[in-house]
Design a protein around this ligand. Structure first.
Ligand code: HSE
Length: 414
């Protein structure tokens, strides 16, 4: 029998207890041992639950119980999660977490500690919820040099954008609907401002390129400024707007990284990933493109990934799984001004004629997207150029009294 402790009885933590209970026999068969929850740590009371007796409020009970060999952390955030995980590892217990913020900020320290103690620190559920991605990337693609990863990594923003694209809802109405359905938090900023997707692409980049990438190294934009006009122009161009997290290895071994809403051509499968679904495209030098698709959030999908990690810990008690990356470095992520991309740009000014003339002059050709925009508005797709060149041209348009309403990257091979 293996005894585990679950920290946090929110959506994911309670899902972990449910999955372990519902699939007990199959899990015991696959782990070659029964797995029992000995403690659940939560500050709230859950007296009505059949397993109410397992609840405790003091972490040191778990820390000091040698019978508990695996700690599952599902509280989220950095503190006190970091302290609990560190103390668990120091006490000789393997740790499984779904906490993307913690792994993105502290993953290297905790992996190092786990390595020194010959323990496991696993976090399959931290990216893509129920989608297998950490294990496939670190094991199944281990024979590859990973060249690029691009993902729709946040279900809330994908739901909002889908409602804008398919049902012509404004951003505000789509966000309100997501909140009513429980798909968005009351404070939605970490989702809609791109921070959640940023943490996830940092974890994937750290894993693929074996050095810790921190969220504050990655240029991050959210979706608050996407309008129905942008959605319509994207459609007229032949694609949809998706919030993507991207990382690409450059020739000098540094990384180009970005989280931003981008135009994705209908030819690319990512353009058709809708609602709360996530999808992650990994390009390996041997595999070519591989896409992972599924439910990126939710109680049971996320719990499924957590419990799979618990089973792996049980099976690897004396033979640590290899999951590791080295320390980070300031030079690792390139200045975003150096990134090469095409941009979608929407302008407004005195007349469509003035806008067309200004764009023709700036780029030397007619690039307009024809859509039913208003008289004094225009949108176009630029050639692929460095971001610093784009910014120079945008400044020159502003100097002519033209308003740059929006400028979004176009996702593709650059
Ligand atoms: N807020 C996240 C999302 C939950 O919307 O994708 C899963 O990490």
């Amino acid at each position: 029998m293996t005894y585990i402790a679950v920290i946090g009885h929110g959506v994911v933590g309670s899902g972990v207890v449910d999955v372990l209970d519902q699939n007990r026999e199959g899990i015991a068969h696959r782990a070659k041992e029964e797995i029992a929850v000995k403690y659940i740590l939560d500050l709230r009371d859950f007296n009505n639950l059949p397993y109410a007796k397992k609840f405790i409020k003091d972490f040191s009970v778990i820390e000091n119980d040698p019978e508990v060999s695996i700690v599952v952390e599902c509280i989220g955030g950095i503190n006190p999660a970091f302290d609990y995980i560190r103390r668990s590892l120091l006490a000789g217990k393997s740790v499984v977490t779904s906490n993307k913020e913690l792994v993105a900020e502290k993953g290297q320290e905790l992996l190092q500690l786990a390595k020194e103690r010959n323990l496991n620190f696993l976090f399959e559920a931290s990216v893509g919820g129920g989608i297998p991605i950490i294990r496939p990337l670190s094991q199944c693609m281990a024979a590859n040099e990973v060249l690029e990863i691009a993902g729709i990594l946040n279900g809330t923003t994908n739901f909002i954008l889908t409602k804008m694209i398919k049902d012509n809802m404004s951003f505000d109405d789509a966000l309100k609907l997501a909140q009513e359905l429980g798909d968005a938090e009351r404070d939605p900023s970490s989702d809609v401002d791109g921070h959640d997707a940023c943490r996830k692409i940092c974890i994937l980049a750290s894993l693929a390129f074996e050095r810790h990438v921190y969220p504050n190294q990655v240029h991050t934009e959210g979706i608050r400024n996407i309008t129905l006009q942008d959605v319509a122009y994207a459609n007229a161009w032949g694609g949809s707007i998706k919030l993507l997290g991207t990382v690409k290895k450059c020739a000098d071994n540094r990384l180009d990284m970005c989280v931003a809403p981008m135009l994705v051509s209908y030819d690319n499968q990512l353009s058709r990933v809708d609602d709360v679904f996530n999808a992650i495209l990994c390009r390996g030098n041997a595999t070519g493109d591989v896409i992972f698709y599924g439910r990126g959030a939710g109680k049971l999908p996320t719990a499924s990934a957590v419990v799979a990690d618990v089973i792996d810990c049980v099976k690897h008690v004396n033979a640590r799984k290899y999951l590791y990356w080295g320390t980070g470095d300031n030079w690792l992520v390139r200045d975003p001004d150096l990134q090469q991309t095409a941009l979608y740009i929407r302008l407004s000014g005195r007349s469509a004629y003035e806008l067309r003339a200004a764009v023709d002059m700036a780029y030397g050709k007619d690039l307009m997207i024809n859509a039913d925009g208003s008289e004094n508005e225009a949108a176009f797709i630029t050639p692929v150029m460095g971001m610093s060149d784009h910014n120079r041209i945008l400044d020159s348009l502003r100097e002519k009294g033209i308003t740059v309403e929006n400028a979004l990257r176009v996702f593709g091979d650059q």
